[in-house]
Design a protein around this ligand. Sequence first.
Ligand code: 8YV
Length: 325
Amino acid sequence: MQKMPPKILVTRKLPSAVEARLSERYDVRLNPDDRPLNRAQLSAAMARYDALVSTVSDALDASILQAPQRRVRMIANVGVGFSNIDMNAARTANIIVSNTPDVLTEATADIALLLILASTRRTSAAEKKLRQGDWRGFSVVDDLGTSVQGKTLGIIGMGRIGRATARRAHFGLGMQVIFYNRTRLADPVKVLGFAARQVDSIDALMGTSDVVSVHVPGGGAGPLISARHIAQMKPSGYLINTARGDSIDQKALVAALVEGRIVGAGLDVYADEPKVPDALLQLDNVTLLPHMGSATAEVRVAMGMLAVDNLDGFFDGSGLVNQVF
Ligand code: 8YV
């Protein structure tokens, strides 16, 4: 008798080449409408499928992962981040999790650079003015931003994306770089190709950086960058986040922006997506993007294919390419 193919639920729409590859090998349920699944649907899926192909919009918490009569043994998350998955609960439930690192590093660093430039040059406010028909023509003194050349970029989290952002900012924009990282980088010059100073704490970074850019995984018990840290920023400072919204005390950040305690921010991620605080929407000194760090056609195909490589490795027993521990 022929073996039944594993049953896979794909929680969101994926590029068609990825969906086609999945359909060849698995008994796959796709989501052509791309509507996010609710808790009840995710819980029910745990008992019906052998694996999930999930993404950042699926909050896979302990009560879902440990649903009674669960059948799911593997979760292939599309995304390098996996803060949407309670990893302790997954371990307890013996569910293997994979992610999709590397393929999105450069694209995400591009968006970090874009946000550094857009916020310091105030392009969102300027474009809004133009689109609204309020541009009165060239002025020597209107729409002035801040130059970044020679300024200091403080990177929090010097992993793959932090490094790619550091290189772009240094070689492309002429910025100095300092960074905070959980572990010591033995030889930053070797890793980065230029000299960047590692500091021992986030506190040591906030007050000396002109622009702070966040590149940590998120998903901790509380925000890594607290109200106290935000209060340490220079009044001329900018905060950039392309990582996870829950890594920053979002309320404190909004308050600092509203009260003018920092000059601006560039955000691609939010604490409770897709909700964006009203106060942020009203502000002129922020650039706001809808979580699109990895959003290029090439990268999304590569992420999807990597997720399928991981599924294949699990089900054919050859092992995962990117197992999350
Ligand atoms: C999105 C990201 O999660 O990879 C990540 O961790 O934040 C983004 O790339 C991804 O686009 C979800 O599909």
